[in-house]
Design a protein around this ligand. Structure first.
Ligand SMILES: Cc1ncc(C[n+]2csc(CCOP(=O)(O)OP(=O)(O)O)c2C)c(N)n1
Ligand SMILES: CC(=O)[C@@H](O)[C@H](O)COP(=O)(O)O
Ligand SMILES: [Mg+2]
Length: 659
């Protein structure tokens, strides 16, 4: 899609115009459609571009982003918001040797487009294509493969320290962190260290007033105060005037000194929190004004010691609907914009587990006043908005602070409440010690809803939730279960809330099947038999029940295979293990999780404890490697977890001579 720069985007100004996504040739950008981006083998030429050319690059980037969103779901609003900031950074630094860490990494698209990946960009978030996050395997410009929020300042402090110790002090270091990620505890641990070390470091705080949902917490309020302090606002122009008085080619550090001499030290105006930690606070500045951002980045670059540059941007900038509704447009489904009328493809599958969980939460909170719900900034992803509205006093969004969320839940438990921590499997990893000490060790009845427990698809290795079976089941007192079909989700939540010990319930980012049967009541540690089979059994843990049933049905007439819905990995149903294994028939266990420490491992542990012959047991699970991004079904197929592969595993598992 061509962008009419004359009448189209107005980069750097506050007026918003549309760059509507259209189903154009998004998979194959014709060379010349984005002439400036197409010519960038790396970011170096940007440094020689005129302001007009930089504005044109910004417009081209937004055009690419909009075209992409016409083809697939992807991170959108965050990327639109950092276009100018990204260009300014690459103009002022050479990140082939300087160090740049984008926090979380979901806003990495403009960076990829200007660092030699424009031609591969249409493949982003598809199997075998570019990753939707930084990836050192793709480019020297990406230092860490990330997707979890909060660690950029720590890694930047470490990079700087390494360069100082290693005698390479000329390599500059920059961390860019959003206001949503900023309140994470680890950021304060990093600033604590940075202030003490005193090494040169630029922390760019990209403040767009948004996490995925509107940001929450006292730090957010503090940032708001920094923005709106009239004292500051009045003096900002003084700073600018002063900068202009100091010769352009002089030492920018002198300019900073001059500011301070003139009594406009940022610390006097705001940012005392940082100043007191030994981190120079500068800002806030308009993050859509490339020249202005460049000026301040140059100043920060030449200042000794750590500097925090507070940059204000608009999430969704340049595409009006995204700026107006950045929550929806954080990761919208693929959409077309036909002169302002947005159309998305309707999914025709069954509702996802997340929705069943939400309805179960709502029911539990209605029936029991002790039940609370805790999210770590994932209200939207967990589809909890209606719960937030209906129960504002028992809904807690603690921000991107997973460790705190778990310890907070433990505290609530001690007072008699029954908290539910609704969290993505991969993000709960942040709270491992709190699960151990504050919950399991105290034997407190916290209920963990582990959403996205499985292959999450295009987000890839940082987001697949593959390790929770292993990491949860090792703790004494913990009960670990997984629903295999829609109705079980609510039944399991109910069982957990009536169990006076910690419980976890895992389910993937997938639609939940409806089974045409009367579900057996949930009994802790007991499985459900779905169908009997004379030749062998598939034991499925969680949502893989769907694939297990399909596999067994596909074998009908060939092999008579039973299907068991395991329900629990802990406590394991020992009688079920005995009954399925003891006769010498084959057992194939199936799970959407890592093989090591997973359901199959637990099953074999039980069989061994019971001195059973384990030779006819096969474990189907994800291998001991990080799984790439791709469509969930493609990935299940790749890793032997499709119905066809499970059926084949059954055939292969039949003891020799039996069939
Ligand atoms: C540890 C962790 N928790 C939660 C998330 C999910 N998440 C991804 S982006 C995001 C919002 C980040 O807000 P901010 O840093 O301000 O970036 P913005 O999208 O506003 O640019 C959240 C909650 C995550 N990636 N990592
Ligand atoms: C960057 C990040 O961590 C989130 O935006 C994540 O990609 C959301 O995943 P879902 O789309 O599954 O909610
Ligand atoms: Mg933000």
């Amino acid at each position: 899609m061509a962008v009419n720069l004359a009448g189209g985007l107005c980069i750097g100004a506050k007026t918003l115009t549309n760059t509507p996504p259209k189903k154009s040739d998004a998979h194959h950008h014709a060379l010349g459609q984005h002439p400036l981006l197409a010519g960038l083998d790396d970011a170096m030429p940007l440094r020689t571009f005129s302001p007009d050319q930089l504005n044109s690059v910004a417009a081209e980037i937004r055009d690419v982003l909009c075209n992409l969103l016409a083809t697939r779901t992807a991170h959108f609003a965050s990327n639109l918001g950092v276009v100018e900031l990204c260009l300014a950074l690459h103009c002022e630094f050479d990140f082939r040797s300087d160090r740049l860490v984008w926090d979380t990494g979901h806003q990495i698209y403009p960076h990829k487009l200007v660092t030699g990946r424009y031609h591969q960009f249409p493949s982003i978030r598809t199997r075998g294509g570019l990753m939707g996050y930084p990836n050192p395997h793709e480019s020297v410009y990406d230092l860490f493969m990330t997707g979890h929020a909060g660690c950029s300042v720590s890694t930047a402090v470490g990079l700087r320290s390494g360069d100082v110790v290693g005698g390479q002090p000329d390599r500059r270091t920059v961390a860019v962190i959003g206001d949503g990620a900023f309140p994470s505890g680890i950021v304060f641990e990093a600033m604590n260290n940075a202030g003490e070390l005193g090494d040169d470091l630029t922390i760019v705080l990209n403040d767009n007033k948004m996490s995925i949902c509107p940001r929450v917490g006292a730090v957010a309020d503090y940032l708001d105060r920094l923005r709106s302090n009239p004292f500051y606002t009045g003096l900002k122009s003084e700073v600018v005037k002063l900068l202009e008085r100091v010769p352009m080619f002089g030492d920018p550090a002198e300019r900073l000194l001059a500011q301070m001499k003139e009594g406009v030290k940022a610390g006097l105006l705001g940012g005392m929190l940082f100043e007191e930690l030994g981190i120079r606070y500068v800002g806030p500045i308009d993050g859509h004004d490339i020249a202005l951002v460049r000026k301040y980045l140059a100043m920060a670059r030449e200042t000794s010691g750590p500097v925090l540059l507070h940059v204000v941007t608009e999430k969704g900038h340049g595409y009006k609907p995204a700026a107006e509704d950045p929550v929806y447009f954080h990761t919208p489904p693929a959409f077309n914009d036909d002169a302002g009328t947005l159309t998305t493809q309707k999914s025709d599958g069954h509702p996802p587990y997340t929705l069943h969980a939400r309805e179960a939460i709502r029911k539990a909170m209605t029936e029991d006043q002790r039940v609370t719900i805790i999210t770590a900034a994932m209200c939207q992803g967990n589809k909890l908005e209606p719960v937030r509205e209906k129960f504002p006093d028992r809904f807690f969004d603690v921000g991107i602070c997973e460790s705190h969320a778990v310890a907070f839940a433990a505290g609530q438990c001690k007072t008699g409440l029954r908290p539910i921590v609704d969290i993505y499997s991969t993000f709960l990893q942040r709270s491992y010690d709190q699960i151990f000490q504050e919950v399991a060790l105290q034997d407190l009845p916290v209920t963990f809803l582990l959403d996205r427990a499985g292959l999450t698809g295009p987000d890839g290795p940082t987001h697949h939730g593959l390790f929770d079976i292993g990491y949860m089941r090792v703790f004494p007192n913990m009960v670990c279960m997984a629903p295999g079909y829609a109705a079980e989700t609510g039944m399991m939540l109910d069982a957990a809330l009536h169990h006076d010990h910690p419980c976890s319930i895992r389910y993937p980012k997938a639609s939940a099947i409806e089974l045409d049967h009367v579900p057996a009541p949930i009994e802790i540690g007991k499985c459900e038999v779905i169908r009997e089979g004379a030749d062998g059994t598939i034991v499925a843990f969680g949502a893989m029940l769907e694939q297990a049933i399909a596999a067994a049905e596909s074998l009908d007439g060939d092999l008579d295979v039973g299907v068991i819905n395991a329900r629990f990995v802990k406590p394991m149903d020992e009688a079920m293990v005995h009954d399925t294994v003891a006769g010498g028939k084959f057992v194939v266990t199936v799970e959407e999780g890592a093989r090591m420490g997973g359901f199959g491992s637990a099953f074999i542990e039980s069989a061994v404890q019971q001195r059973l012959d384990t030779r006819a047991i096969r474990v189907l699970a994800l291998p001991d490697e990080f799984i790439d991004h791709g469509d969930r079904n493609e990935l299940l197929h790749d890793h032997g977890l499709s119905p066809v592969a499970i059926a084949q595993a059954c055939r292969d598992a039949v003891p020799t001579g039996v069939h």
